[in-house]
Ligand binder design. Structure first.
Ligand SMILES: Nc1ncnc2c1ncn2[C@@H]1O[C@H](COP(=O)(O)OP(=O)(O)O)[C@@H](O)[C@H]1O
Ligand SMILES: N[C@@H](CCC(=O)OP(=O)(O)O)C(=O)O
Length: 374
């Protein structure tokens, strides 16, 4: 993959972070917004499809409510987000309208993406919108999520969106020029990394979770987002939204920002959906034989290879499969609820019916519902 190849890419997800969208915490930076929109219009005229993942609702809500510091309490954050989302979407809508381009608001939660039906629905809605030339503008549905089930940062949402629509490119615009080998906010000698493969282990350590006062997740969630995006073969660009014409420059292959190249085997759409489940309800501890079978032969997980379990899960919920040292091997949807699976652990599958009185499946996790972790 070379920078010039970016000219030939088609489907882009552009994530614009809180740190960038707001004027030092005083509401939205409407001038900057107008400049990104102008560039997105240019990309569209060049034949690209663009989906925007935009933060900024909490910051805009704080401004509208006259609050100067980001509230701590969840209900206050949610109130600010509900007020601010109005302003955010108004700003996008009115600016795109000047170019005769329609926009659409999509608010998503983690639940929407882990429920297979809702996931497929939102996927076809976004595809339809793109077909009609509309620019979808996505944010987390902050008003309905609780702390345990939120994405929190929009980098993760951007990556899952890129997976959802098999985007070619995920651009993460932020307030730094890209990924540095150390946090430039605390280390003035930190150097910008122009290009790296996503499988490089050291890039995670370089990226600190410390962000600015308004952003969530810092650079760490951006690097993790690039790794997630790579599951659909999507390449990630982390770049400064403050640089003039940044999107147009990136699209024409100019070297700026950090290019994170997917160098891992892309997953199938179903595997991406499985891997995108951020919350698991339980753990299964596998013996060494089962670990090998899962890793090397792509077979289902049978109860005989499971030594222990924890957590309370229902049939069809996500569980993490770990080896005896606790290292994650795979994730998958379990075929039996916790109170039944505990009875069949270590047992051969032909015993399931006599132990439980019925047999749903001979496996605890079927291979179609299983995805290997890194
Ligand atoms: N290695 C790094 N390179 C660049 N920025 C970093 C790094 N580690 C941490 N950061 C911090 O991440 C911040 C961007 O993240 P964040 O504040 O969450 O912004 P956003 O709202 O755009 O997601 C930067 O301002 C910077 O201070
Ligand atoms: N959904 C929140 C965005 C969360 C957030 O700040 O994320 P990020 O821009 O990744 O630091 C909002 O609109 O304010």
């Amino acid at each position: 993959m070379r920078r010039e190849d970016l000219q030939n890419t088609q489907r882009w997800v552009v994530k614009i972070g809180s740190a960038l969208l707001t004027n030092d915490g005083k509401g939205l930076n409407k001038e900057a917004l107008a400049h990104w929109i102008e560039q997105i219009v240019a990309l569209k005229r060049n034949g690209k499809e663009v989906v925007i993942v935009s933060s900024g609702s909490v910051a805009e809500g704080m401004q509208r409510l006259g609050w100067t510091t980001r509230p701590e309490a969840l209900h206050d954050l949610q109130a600010a987000a509900a007020v601010g989302q109005m302003g955010l979407i108004q700003a996008y809508e009115s600016k795109f309208a000047r170019y005769g381009i329609q926009t659409a608001q999509i608010l998503m939660t983690h639940d929407d993406l882990s429920n297979r039906k809702r996931y497929l629905n939102v996927r076809s809605t976004i595809r339809a919108l793109l077909e009609y030339g509309v620019v979808p503008i996505i944010n987390e549905n902050d008003t309905v999520v609780t702390d345990e089930i939120r994405f929190g940062d929009n980098d993760t949402l951007g990556a899952l969106t890129a997976n959802l629509i098999s985007a070619d490119v995920l651009v993460i615009l932020t307030d730094q020029k890209g990924l540095y080998n150390d946090n430039p906010r605390t280390n003035p000698d930190a150097e910008l990394i122009s290009e790296a493969k996503v499988s490089r282990k050291d890039i995670e350590a370089m990226a600190s979770p410390e962000g600015g006062a308004l952003g969530k997740g810092g650079m760490y969630t951006k690097v993790m987002a690039a790794k997630r995006a790579a599951r659909s073969g999507t390449l990630t660009l982390i770049a400064s939204g403050r640089e003039e014409n940044i999107l147009v420059k990136l699209a024409s292959g100019v070297e700026c920002g950090t290019l994170l190249i997917p160098d891992v085997e892309p997953m199938t759409a179903r595997q991406q959906w499985l891997a995108g489940h951020l919350q698991a309800k339980g753990r299964l501890i596998l013996d060494a034989g089962a670990v090998q079978v899962l890793k090397n032969s792509g077979k289902s997980l049978l109860p005989i290879g499971v030594k222990a379990q924890s957590g309370s899960f229902q049939r069809g919920e996500m569980v993490i499969c770990v080896d005896e040292s606790g290292k994650e091997i795979a994730r998958g949807l379990v075929n039996y609820p916790a109170n039944e699976s505990i009875k069949i652990l270590g047992q051969p599958s032909h015993q399931i019916a006599s132990i439980l009185g019925y047999m749903e499946d001979e496996s605890l996790v079927h291979r179609d519902n299983l995805v290997l972790s890194e």
